[in-house]
Design a protein around this ligand. Sequence first.
Ligand SMILES: Cc1cc2nc3c(=O)[nH]c(=O)nc-3n(C[C@H](O)[C@H](O)[C@H](O)COP(=O)(O)OP(=O)(O)OC[C@H]3O[C@@H](n4cnc5c(N)ncnc54)[C@H](O)[C@@H]3O)c2cc1C
Length: 300
Amino acid sequence: MDDCIIIGGGPAGLTAAIYLSRYHLKIRLFDCGSSRAALIPCTHNHAGYPDGISGLDLLAAMRAQAEQYGTVREAAKVTSLRPIEGGFAARIGDREVRARSVLLATGVINHRPPMPDDVHDAALANGQIRYCPVCDGYEVTDKRVAVYGTGEHGAREALFVRSFTRDVTLIAPDRHDLPPEQIDQLEAAGVVRVEGPATDWRLEQDHILLATPKGPLKFDSLYPALGSHSRSELAVEAGARADPSGCLEVDDHQRTSLPGLFAAGDVAKGLDQISHAMGEAGVAATTIRNMLNAERPLWR
Ligand SMILES: Cc1cc2nc3c(=O)[nH]c(=O)nc-3n(C[C@H](O)[C@H](O)[C@H](O)COP(=O)(O)OP(=O)(O)OC[C@H]3O[C@@H](n4cnc5c(N)ncnc54)[C@H](O)[C@@H]3O)c2cc1C
């Protein structure tokens, strides 16, 4: 039986792999290759890279570092997870792999606006679509920006972006559904409200264009604020607790409610950022090491 199975090879899973391998533990990492970090054209808020670094380059460097210390990494999807005597069994295709502990670092998937995939991906690469004002609000300073969403989440995002630029438009996917106090806040901040549906999404040089019932609109960048899907199913099926949005509940050592199962990164409740994912993974890995050592000393 291995010491730990890591499910997910984004910043959280790879950080945990580096720590656990350097603790001389026998681990395996499975990753199905859809890290949100891989979508980052160039991050400028990740400390240590004054000129920025692309998500793909950051992941490649982390993979190389983990492999240098002996991490066994497989490009494969884990399809089920179940508790067994003394640990867990994970299913990969027609095989089952067993370990004394599991770290789930499977991340989330952002809900996308209704636009063709090729237009979406080109816009994302060029900064016309952005998903994270915490990450890159600085890059839209004094630009013309749309937030695509409504409700509490859409309003919160629009007000957050307002501290980077005075030109913010909140576009509803359909009709706006906003409590009166949020309408007051948006008006006080000068955020323009436009009803949807938005159609005919197009790119033009450095702009994103869309048609609304009010007429055509053009922006430097658009932030979808449509929420995300938390990839917590494996843990929930195994018996761990998640909040209503699907985020896994963890304690301050990244332990889920199921003993031996840990979670780190976006799939756990917290700030969806690379630095946070890495920090949580360091805490989880060290707690796993200490837990295994308490069961059976890890002496060489
Ligand atoms: C466009 C964009 C820009 C961003 N910019 C920044 C930025 O500038 N700064 C910043 O700090 N953050 C940024 N973020 C957020 C950042 O990407 C995430 O916070 C970070 O990637 C979270 O890491 P993670 O390891 O938790 O999840 P992820 O990076 O999403 O990795 C999860 C991994 O788990 C794997 N996986 C899922 N299910 C399974 C399964 N069943 N079996 C095997 N593998 C599985 C997936 O394939 C994936 O590789 C950005 C996000 C986006 C979308």
